[in-house]
Design a protein. Structure first.
Length: 552
């Protein structure tokens, strides 16, 4: 059933709350997305991954779902959603929905029933355990929740603890219960019947918990004992019956595990997001660009060697990560060049490529003050630090950390133009708009041929011209130890694509093996007027990039 269309695809991630507000309530919505389909089409993307748009009390911006078959009223109605998918498909753009089934909202009907006691039809839908200690009020184990505190919450009504790996309003589902697995398959089929083209599966590697939770080590929920069984069952009952892309968010997965669980013959995931290249470095080493670039390359290049039967997903940004500028490339005077250089370094790698909204404009981290943060993760961290005895000493460190890493950096509203509120809304935006919108916005870039936006369009054009080689060709690192330049070649038969990307604010050179110094070499893409002259030691200007096509 699978055509594996995604192997040719570039996918654009939309965080609906921050994309485009059509009715002036300050919150992005589905009609806003529909109104921007011409923009997506012009950009040249093949699919959209839409972060959750289901009914939710928004404890974690929609990653806490209270009804899997309903649209969040703030985002619109099911009719709006239907209009959106129809318009996307009419423009040749597929739709990937976010599937958040490790946990639900505590306001989901299942949980409301489940917590009533041990004798109801939903009793076993969640992970309930008796407490320990003399009064039974000590959690079953020492697991910590991702958003702070114990991963267990005591429920007076039921007299037991429930497990929540994220916030206490996100109770984990009990996948060991076959009814739960059937519910998930039904939800998937509901949306597949409505025409969606696949799912991005939120923390899908966490769904199978170890058998004995009392005293279980804290990472033992990553690809737990029954993981393959449950995922294969779901693939059989749903995913494999349609022409889907199933991409797993695979926190905690290493290379070997990834190769195993994305192997086509295994019928599990089609591909996954690993997190090695976006692992947080200590804030104090943040500016050690060259050391960091070598590490970054080592990780990216290794993931390019995933075996043939597996398939990589490549990305630099998403709604949980800070902006790639200034994270991976210099900001300031070189911001435009570095955004283009990063784009070139990403888009010709082997794998389905993901672009996060605003990345194509070179949007940057925002100058948040303490009171500007809205993400549950940052808000909880600030609250906890404030309540500790040494708050005055601790706070500046936390704020510095958040200025680099808060998830809110990616979530500031899309910068459409230099009008009020960056053209995102006519009302009051739910999260601060980055004050750099008069300089960085889509309308300005639309009108300027050398903008980052135009560069992305060109890059996607080159990608589609060379798609056979990009999909199936070999990946060859070039001068891999170079501290300033990320360079590689893609090769297939007699054709070579040579990608040279400086991510350094200094002039630097890259060593090219003789095989790339051919007469028959054509510049396909670059971010400066003068292309570099290819020699054994090729000099690149600060943050310069160039992509060459070579025919033997
Ligand atoms: O964001 C993180 C660190 O800053 C991660 O630990 C993140 O929580 C983890 O990758 C899981 O993310 C996914 O599930 C979360 C949700 O908050 C994230 O937005 C989502 O991408 C819980 O559903
Ligand atoms: Ca709105």
């Amino acid at each position: 059933m699978k055509s594996r269309w995604y192997k040719n695809a570039v996918i654009y991630q939309i965080y609906p709350r921050s994309f485009c507000d059509s009715n002036g309530d300050g919150i992005g919505d589905l009609n806003g997305i529909t109104s921007k389909i011409p923009y997506l089409k012009e950009l040249g993307v093949n699919a959209v991954w839409l972060s959750p748009c289901y009914a939710s009390p928004n404890d974690d911006n929609g990653y806490d779902i209270s009804d899997y078959r309903a649209i969040m009223p703030e985002f619109g109605t099911m009719e709006d959603w239907e209009r959106m998918i129809t318009a996307l498909h009419a423009n040749g753009i597929r739709l990937i929905m976010d599937l958040v089934v490790n946990h639900t909202s505590d306001e989901h009907r299942w949980f409301q029933e489940s917590k009533k006691g041990r004798e109801n039809p939903y009793s076993d839908y969640y992970i309930w355990r008796d407490g320990t200690g003399p009064d039974g009020r000590t959690p079953p184990n020492n697991w910590r929740a991702c958003f702070g505190g114990s991963a267990w919450e005591y429920c007076e009504e039921r007299g037991q603890f429930y497990l929540h790996l994220f916030s206490k309003k996100q109770p984990d589902l009990n996948w060991d219960n076959p009814q739960v697995r059937q519910e998930v398959a039904n939800i998937c089929n509901f949306w597949l019947e409505k025409g969606v083209d696949g799912f991005r599966c939120d923390v899908i590697t966490y769904i199978s918990k170890p058998e004995n939770l009392y005293g279980a080590p804290s990472s033992s929920f990553v690809v737990g004992p029954n993981w393959k069984k449950y995922i294969r069952e779901l693939a059989e009952a749903s995913w494999d019956r349609y022409d889907t892309l199933i991409v797993g968010e695979a926190t905690g997965i290493d290379f070997d595990r990834a190769a195993e669980i994305t192997d086509e013959r295994e019928h599990l995931l089609d591909t996954l997001f690993h997190f090695e290249h976006v692992a947080q470095l200590p804030v104090c080493s943040y500016n050690q660009r060259s050391t960091n670039l070598r590490r970054f390359k080592r990780i990216l290049f290794r993931w390019q060697t995933l075996p043939r039967a597996s398939w990589p997903a490549v990305y630099y940004e998403n709604h949980d990560q800070p902006r790639s500028i200034p994270r991976f490339a210099p900001s300031g005077a070189f911001r435009e060049r570095s955004a283009k250089s990063l784009a070139a370094s990403l888009l010709f790698q082997r794998g389905t490529a993901f672009i996060y909204q605003g990345q194509e404009l070179g949007m940057t981290n925002a100058p948040f003050r303490e009171e500007d943060y809205r993400d549950i993760q940052a808000v909880n961290q600030i609250k906890a630090a404030r309540s500790r005895p040494f708050a005055r000493i601790e706070m500046p460190f936390l704020l510095r950390y958040l200025s680099h890493y808060s998830r809110d950096h990616a979530r500031t509203p899309m910068q459409w133009n230099d009008g009020p509120n960056a053209g995102f809304t006519t009302g009051k935006p739910w999260l601060m708009i980055n004050p750099n919108y008069p300089q960085i916005n889509a309308a300005e870039q639309e009108n300027r041929a050398d903008s980052i936006l135009h560069f992305y369009r060109q890059a996607l054009g080159v990608r589609s011209d060379w798609i056979d080689l990009i999909r199936d060709g070999s990946f060859v690192p070039v001068d891999p130890k170079n501290k300033n330049i990320l360079a590689y070649a893609r090769r297939q038969g007699r054709r070579t694509l040579l990608v040279l990307c400086s991510l350094s604010p200094k002039k630097s050179s890259v060593r090219l093996p003789a095989e790339y110094l051919k007469e028959n070499c054509k510049l396909l893409l670059g971010n400066m007027e003068q292309a570099p002259v290819l020699r054994e030691k090729t000099l690149l200007q600060p943050c310069q990039c160039a992509v060459f096509g070579i025919e033997d």
